[in-house]
Design a protein around this ligand. Structure first.
Ligand code: SF4
Length: 449
């Protein structure tokens, strides 16, 4: 392979995939590839896929259709599909798109380098979708693009089996990494100059339960490492959320005041049908505990919501809106229910799906989002005139004269680049919040930190 070969990694889906893609990118770089965003120019195209909803899977198929023409013009390019859809669709991908060279599931990622090198010696396309008990690949390999923030996987798999979700079937059973090993990884990341770390798992609230450990112990141990500025964790599950974590937010300075706690719905009927294993009253109790704590005023409290789950009626939707008003989420990641073959909900409800309700669900989605925007705006207005420490992420997509930065709780803040001061993505600044919008804030730069 020439030193100047280009590779492109397209990533769909959750933080787990973003993290996995970092590993893939670092492996590509170690093989001499230069990473580029535009896959049209690449000699190796890796598509890291998501299967949680139908849309990302359709997107994958659309991209593969485009790549088909590209491969005809440049037959030597390598096309690789990995991630959850690769696990889900397996060899069907190669049957449908014979120009795809390699398909592998999430557990095969540590084998990526070998699988890729094999492509240069064997002409045969291949599919690899085994599950493994070990996942030592989950180390600190990050690409050269990473500046000051990294995701770190602390466990894999999920045992929760929410009735709508395909992840447990694609990512296997929960396996936690040893606390000591994670702490070592954090130290290595810090040595590389990364001072902001997000620990990730499908259900991080269950971290350690399979190895007689827990998330609180892990957070406490990491907090003792010098030079970490910010530590966050994703994603918590209400049924397993330990209320003692709230105290940690108060006591541990480096812990980011960010809590992503997917409620999914506010109606007990729907929650039961989703197999979420908690009631709305249980969720309200967590909210009460948060509101009674010192961190509430600084907390970036976010959630996931599914609208239009089978048999959701007007009353259920009203209960969902009541939850939003009560919990005062800063942001909700909202989706209309997407049936996934192989899940319990699909088996139970696919025959009953009433397509005429599609419009009703879209209206409910809009109503929910409109109310969410009002609440988010109000909460962001509470930050006006405050001086905050911000971490510069990148140039603003919309305006190259501005930087996009994050607060300690990961709220997005844009500010005009100061003239004559050498600032770079990855550095920290102080800025005063001037303007609030539902999705972001505007600030004025004060000084470098
Ligand atoms: S907790 Fe539920 S929604 Fe999350 S990955 Fe597991 S099964 Fe899916």
């Amino acid at each position: 392979m020439k030193k100047t070969s280009f590779a492109s990694v397209l990533t769909f889906g959750c933080q787990m995939n973003i993290h996995d893609s970092e590993y893939l990118k670092s492996e590509l770089e170690s093989l001499g590839y230069t990473l580029i965003n535009d896959y049209i120019e690449a000699e190796a195209i890796v598509i890291n896929t998501c299967s949680v909803r139908e849309k990302p899977e359709t997107k994958l198929l659309n991209i593969l259709s485009q790549i088909k023409g590209l491969k005809k013009k440049k037959p030597k390019i390598k096309v690789i599909v990995c991630g959850c859809s690769a696990q889900n669709l397996g060899s069907k991908i190669i049957e449908l798109y014979p120009f795809v060279d390699l398909v592998f599931g999430p557990d095969e990622i540590f084998n990526f380098k070998n699988l890729l090198l094999n492509l240069f010696t064997s002409k045969k396309e291949s599919t690899h979708t085994s599950f493994y008990k070990d996942f030592s690949y989950m180390n600190t390999k990050v690409s050269s693009n990473i500046l000051n923030h990294a995701y770190l996987t602390v466990m894999k798999g999920c045992n929760s089996y929410c009735s709508y979700c395909i992840v447990p079937y694609l990512r296997g059973k929960e396996i936690s990494r040893k606390r000591l090993e994670i702490v070592e990884d954090v130290k290595q990341l810090v040595d590389k100059g990364i001072s902001s770390i997000t620990l990730i798992a499908q259900n991080i609230s269950r971290y350690g339960l399979d190895i007689n450990d827990n998330l609180i112990n892990l957070i406490i141990d990491i907090s003792k490492i010098n030079r970490i500025k910010n530590l966050a964790f994703l994603t918590s599950h209400p049924k397993d959320f330990d209320l003692n974590i709230i105290k940690l937010y108060e006591d541990i300075d480096i812990l980011s005041p960010l809590l992503h706690l997917p409620a999914q719905h506010g109606s007990n009927k729907i929650l039961a049908s989703m197999n979420r294993n908690y009631t709305k009253e249980y969720y309200y109790n967590i909210v009460d505990n948060l509101k009674n704590s010192k961190i509430w005023k600084n907390l970036n409290f976010t959630t996931d919501i599914i609208i239009g789950f089978p048999e959701e009626d007007d009353n259920d939707f009203k209960e969902l809106l009541s939850l939003l008003d009560y919990a005062e989420f800063d942001n909700s990641f909202t989706f209309i229910y997407s049936p996934r073959k192989g899940t319990k909900a699909y088996e139970l409800y696919s025959k009953k799906t009433d397509l005429s309700l599609k419009k009703v669900y879209s209206q409910r989605l809009k109503m929910y989002q409109d109310r969410q925007k009002e609440i988010a705006l109000q909460k962001n207005k509470n930050l006006l005139d405050k001086t905050m420490e911000l971490y510069i992420e990148q140039d603003s997509y919309k305006d190259s004269l501005k930087y996009t930065a994050r607060t300690k709780s990961y709220k997005v803040v844009n500010f005009i680049k100061p003239k004559d001061i050498d600032l770079k993505p990855g550095s920290y600044v102080l800025a005063k919040i001037d303007k609030a919008y539902p999705t972001h804030l505007l600030a004025t730069f004060i000084s470098k930190v």
